[in-house]
Design a protein around this ligand. Structure first.
Ligand code: CUA
Length: 155
């Protein structure tokens, strides 16, 4: 089978592009700059108030020393607000929604997840700069979507 020279060049270029894209994914994953925000953990959004974790959302320190921030997004607030976490320590955010799809973005950081009712979105971030950060909902969720915000305090 003979392959035309131009065809051969295009095949090589496409292969190189695919290699670059896959390499970029592996590189960013390896450096932890990008990681999938969630895992498959389901929760009944109509019974959050009876849930041992999300019934009283807040920041807790587990027995092994890891810091967990449990957050509930609900039209048009985040609970707790403000969220206080320690600096230079990995913080695992666990976020769920009581109603519709929201977003949870700590502006200026790579902490960013979609918050879907029925699921727990989880990711771990280490904040290295103390200060106050703005948390914004970045999924359109209703008439007051633009007002849905909270404060993160890193200290
Ligand atoms: Cu919640 Cu937009």
């Amino acid at each position: 089978m003979s392959v035309d020279a131009y065809e051969r060049i295009w095949m090589w270029m496409a292969s190189v592009l695919i290699a670059v894209f896959v390499g970029a994914i592996l590189l960013t994953t390896g450096l932890q700059a990008v990681h999938p925000p969630s895992h498959i953990e389901t929760i009944d959004p109509t019974k959050l108030d009876q849930d041992p974790e999300f019934g009283n959302p807040g920041v807790t320190v587990r027995a092994d020393g890891t810091v967990v921030a449990s957050v509930v997004a609900q039209l048009f607030t985040f609970r707790p607000d403000p969220i206080e976490v320690p600096v230079n320590k990995p913080v695992t955010f666990r976020i769920t929604s009581a109603d519709v799809i929201h977003g949870f973005e700590v502006v200026g950081t790579n902490a960013n997840a979609m918050v879907i009712p029925g699921y727990v979105s989880q990711f771990t971030v280490t904040f290295t700069t103390p200060g106050e950060y703005h948390i914004a909902c970045n999924e359109f969720c209703g008439v007051l979507h633009h007002m849905m915000a909270a404060k993160l305090v890193v200290k």
